[in-house]
Structure formats: C-alpha cells, structure tokens
Write a protein that binds this ligand. Sequence first.
Ligand code: FES
Length: 153
Amino acid sequence: SGRVAVSLTINGTQHVLTIDPRTTLLDLLREHLDLTGTKKGCDQGQCGACTVLSDGRRINSCLTFAVMFEGRHITTIEGLAAGGTLHPLQQAFIDHDAFQCGYCTPGQLCSAAGLMAEGRAKTPDEIRELMSGNICRCGAYPNIVAAIQQAMG
Ligand code: FES
C-alpha cells in the first residue's frame, strides 16, 4: 500500500518500477537496479559519492526522491563509457592516478562530466571550487584536478 509507479530512463534504458514514494534515487539505483557503482557515503548530501547526472546536470542522488525523476534521463558511472570506450575523464583519471581507494571516484567522474557540460570552469582554481562538493578522503585532489584539466583539453 502507498507504493507508486515511476518511469525513468537510466543509462539509455527505460525502467518502470513500483516503489515506496520515499525511496531515494540512490537507493533505487543501488537496491532496485543493482547499479552499485554509485556509492553511498554520508547519505546526507555532504560527500558527493552518490553524484549522478539528471539530463546532464549533476545531483546528489541521496538527497532526492526517485519519483522526482519521472520521465528524466539519468546517467550513472555505469553509463559513462559509451559503447565500451572510456569517457575522456575516465582515461584522464587513469593517466593522472586520480584515485587511491576509489570509493569517491564514480561520484568524482559524474560530477566532473557535469562540470564539463556546464562549461564554467577554466582554471585549476575554478575546477577545485566547482568540484568542492566531492570529498576525497585520500586527498587525491591535485591529481583529480589535473585529470579534469586534461579531459577538458
Ligand atoms: Fe550523497 Fe554523501 S552519499 S552526498
């Protein structure tokens, strides 16, 4: 009782699910669709590990209800490498050793993809500032910024 239907497109595939209306987008991805590349860190909007793209814009999926995304297109880390080719950001993260434990990496990559689409960041300082919602406990920030800079060309 009280469950609702939601239809959303995730990484190009439409899904129709019947869920508790309080289900976060993060839990829908991880628990209903087994898309566990999107990580749960704080579950309170403070770490960015859960970042995905909604129609190209980056969001903290832990702070949202899945029903808010009716009809939207969601891209997760599983959808970033189109056609089996690494996204330029993924290659740049490898080239620059932009991760250590890797837990924050899916969120960093999705956030960086959103940042590139926004087209606002030009300098390393601007990248740092506009990526400040994505915390890295290992402190890989210099390498992350360098990788994003490379991918932005
Ligand atoms: Fe969503 Fe930390 S898990 S911001």
